[in-house]
Design a protein around this ligand. Structure first.
Ligand code: NAD
Length: 384
């Protein structure tokens, strides 16, 4: 099989030289676009050193059997692919299912990393978690950089400096890493999440959990948040507004899969904050948690910095690439052999992540999905 590595639109690369080396050691070939890893500090020579070949982007698109990318390739580039190409990327079909149609051609198969179930067994392949954790860490560092105040409490000869108050809204993977990072910097940290399970996790990191009673039960939502009642949202907003007013930094990470992010910070709440305070909104790409967020921008409104950035993992490009590659390597253990790919659709991880198979859209079509699952083997028993 010929694996292709393309230059991405951000600073990460999907396959490190170490993973390329592994593919080659298993008898496959690897080609890379010139400069594919440069911004993640893997230069071209580190790929050629492990036996990968440099090619033009067009050449890779036309000849590779397997393309692994962080972001999906464009419609125009799909035209160049050869029959039966295997695409692995984060297609986010839950945001816009029509993306699948782009790949339902020429016998192409597309597997989406963000559709891998969030189960314990799949944790080592969970690209969403790896990237969210980096984003949570970087969000705190961004805030620290902009904040005109210290994070830790300090006793100086000129007087005592109080610690900054950091409020984390959304204590999932990104939020928990933000809590840990802010704690390490010595800030006073509080966090809020609608998922009941997050309380214990927040407290185990030494932060205070902001409690709003009466949330809808989310036990069967596969680890994701569920929509809450209007009354609950009102109570939640009131308490959160009080916390926002006192905070020096607010990091927001609250997302609802497949839907716009909930607005948790109104313009009024921003106005109530102390001048120079900072909001980092990681949910900006899906609408943002702050009413004044502008995606992919840092703005200053009512004397408060508002960072809208859902792509913070790309700022820690080397580590993010290493972790992404490790996730890919672990995922491929389920399906890649020396002879090529073998998709066993009785495996939930493979089944759920396959969105297009041999030119047919599978995502959202339960009948087609089930048709991929092999019939269970009936064991023959000797007649008595
Ligand atoms: P996410 O990115 O979808 O959302 C981030 C957080 O925002 C979530 O914790 C969510 O509950 C919260 N949120 C949503 N609406 C909110 C609101 N109105 N107010 C406050 N918070 C709100 O979620 P995620 O971080 O990717 O993961 C969600 C959960 O799934 C986490 O508990 C995580 O531990 C779990 N998970 C499990 C596995 C696994 O077992 N393999 C892997 C990854 C994640």
């Amino acid at each position: 099989m010929l694996f292709g590595i393309l230059r991405e639109n951000d600073h990460r690369v999907s396959v490190t030289p170490e993973l390329a080396k592994k593919f080659i050691s298993e008898g496959h070939e690897v080609c890379f676009e010139i400069g594919a890893g440069t911004t993640a500090y893997f230069n071209d020579s580190s790929y050629t050193a492990v036996g990968a070949t440099e090619k033009s982007r067009e050449d890779i698109l036309k000849t590779a059997n397997v393309l692994i990318t962080l972001a999906p390739i464009s419609k125009e580039e799909v035209e160049l692919l050869s029959e039966g190409t295997l695409l692995f990327s984060s297609f986010e079909p839950f945001q816009d299912a029509s993306i699948c149609e782009l790949y339902a051609t020429k016998g192409i198969s597309a597997f989406s990393f963000d559709m891998i179930p969030r189960t314990t067994i799949a944790q080592s392949m969970d690209v969403l978690s790896s990237m969210a954790s980096i984003a949570g860490y970087k969000a705190v560092l961004k805030a620290t950089e902009l904040l005109p105040r210290y994070m830790p409490m300090l006793s100086t000869a000129a007087g005592t400096v109080p610690p900054s108050k950091v409020l984390i809204l959304g204590a999932g993977v990104a939020g928990l890493q933000a809590i840990a990072t802010a704690k390490r910097l010595g800030a006073q940290v509080e966090a809020f999440d609608t998922r009941a399970a997050s309380k214990e996790e927040v407290q185990s990191l030494g932060a205070k959990f902001v409690e709003v009673a009466g949330a809808n039960d989310d036990t069967n939502a596969g680890g994701y948040a569920v929509e809450q009642s209007e009354e609950y949202k009102k109570k939640q907003a009131e308490l959160i507004n009080q916390k926002i007013e006192k905070a020096d930094v607010v990091i927001t990470t609250a997302q609802l899969r497949g839907r716009p992010a909930p607005t948790l910070i109104s313009e009024e709440a921003v106005k109530s904050m102390k001048p120079g305070s900072v909001i980092v909104d990681i949910a900006s790409s899906t609408g943002g948690n702050c009413a004044l967020t502008e995606d992919a921008k840092v703005v200053k409104k009512h004397d408060v910095f508002i960072v809208g950035n859902s792509n913070l993992a790309a700022d820690i490009s080397e580590q993010a690439s290493v972790l992404f590659s490790k996730n890919v390597q672990n995922y491929f253990k389920l399906m890649l052999t020396k002879e090529g790919f073998n998709f066993d659709f009785s495996d939930e991880i493979i089944l759920q992540s396959c969105i297009v198979y041999k030119g047919e859209v599978i995502y959202g079509n339960e009948a087609k999905q089930q048709a991929l699952v092999p019939a269970p083997q009936v064991e023959e028993t000797a007649e008595a």
